[in-house]
Design a protein around this ligand. Structure first.
Ligand code: NDP
Length: 331
């Protein structure tokens, strides 16, 4: 498959180009707002074409685009790619608001194009093992979940994320979307209402750098989530507690195939094994198959809309101090 990269980004360089190539894909072109940066980035990464004009990139001989620009650009770029007949794998959050995300996802469906959201966590062997434990009834009925995703944002990512709300900065659009997607993946249901408080504690300038929220699930289960950019030593984790058992996973809210998963039941503690495959290679592999009409992306467009809807509700609840219903935009 022939790809155009929309966005000369860190994530493309750190993970996605290698994942595309590992799946036999050819990266034909890259877009940057700056012609010079487009050329430099293309040269550094062995990409034949560097563009600063989106129409020129879309006019090229490509089947799909991977969009990893800053968040405020995703909507217009996805709509242009869909209009040009390209399959779209888009970074999270899909857009700056739920209505735009719904428009993107419906446009791709109407055009018969594949649309994926790059939520990496549901591709992890650890999370697939956790989901399988829950689905096979090992912990009984789920009572609650706790998501620990307070990390330290490394200096090379402390750009627009910490000081530019117009580009989609802040920990809520950055990390809550991933946690919403992961919880939906595990519990198989969509949060209905949320309460939240946010903080700015040293890193964020005009945006929140920490948030805690509680989500009410339709089944009656409750979810507690904590995301931050400022916690150097907290480590990440996920716990899911049920009537017959508890799952405690440590170090699993990450881009790498690491961590541990422990199941505790009346029979005692059991360490759960899981595959250590690369998360992004799996994400691209399933997307490529979906483009060929086989199966669906690991996280599709509807998943991207829903994770954004939960994050938007968390932001609204934190702003108003009110219990807030999640509005999925009719999707
Ligand atoms: P970057 O800041 O690296 O890139 C975003 C844009 O910033 C680029 O398109 C580029 O635009 C510009 N830029 C990047 N580096 C430079 C530079 N050195 N000098 C000048 N301009 C630069 O963003 P990220 O890779 O961190 O994130 C991109 C998207 O991917 C976001 O939507 C984010 O939420 C998502 N993401 C997803 C992850 C996942 O695991 N699913 C992980 C990380 C990010 P231009 O060249 O046009 O100026």
């Amino acid at each position: 498959m022939r790809w155009g990269l929309i966005g000369a980004s860190n994530i493309a360089a750190a993970h996605m180009m290698a994942a595309i190539r590992a799946n036999g894909g050819e990266i034909v072109s890259v877009l940057s707002a700056s012609p010079e940066r487009a050329r430099t980035y293309a040269d550094e990464h062995g990409i034949p074409e560097g563009h600063s004009d989106l129409d020129a990139l879309l006019a090229g001989d490509i089947d799909a685009v991977y969009i990893s620009t800053t968040n405020e650009k995703h909507f217009a770029q996805a709509m242009a790619a869909i209009a040009a007949g390209k399959h779209v794998l888009c970074e999270k959050p899909l857009a700056m608001n739920v209505a735009d995300a719904v428009t993107m996802v419906r446009a791709a469906a109407d055009a018969g194009l594949a649309f994926g959201t790059n939520h990496h966590l549901r591709n992890a062997g650890s999370h697939i093992a956790i989901r399988d434990l829950i689905a096979s009834g090992r912990i009984g009925d789920v009572l609650s979940a706790r998501v620990m995703h307070a990390v330290y944002l490394p200096p090379h990512l402390q750009g627009w994320r910490i000081d530019n709300p117009a580009a989609g900065g802040g920990v809520i659009p950055d990390i809550v979307v991933h946690d919403a997607d992961t919880v939906r993946f595990h519990l198989g249901e969509d949060p209905a209402e949320v309460v939240a408080m946010q903080t700015t504690s040293g890193m964020g300038q005009g945006v929140e750098d920490g948030v805690m929220s509680v989500w009410q699930m339709p089944s009656g289960a409750t979810v507690m989530a904590h995301e931050a950019f400022t916690h150097r030593f907290a480590g990440t984790g996920l716990e899911i507690h049920g009537t017959k058992g508890s799952i405690r996973a440590r170090g699993v809210m990450t881009q790498r195939p690491v961590g541990e998963v422990i199941l505790t039941t009346e029979a005692g503690e059991e360490a759960i094994g899981f595959s250590d495959h690369n998360l992004y290679i799996r994400s691209i592999g399933l997307f490529v198959e979906a483009c060929a009409g086989k199966g669906r992306p690991a996280a599709d467009g509807v998943d991207g809309v829903k994770s954004l809807a939960v994050a938007a509700a968390v932001a609204e609840a934190a702003r108003t101090g009110q219990r807030t219903a999640v509005d999925y935009g009719g999707i």
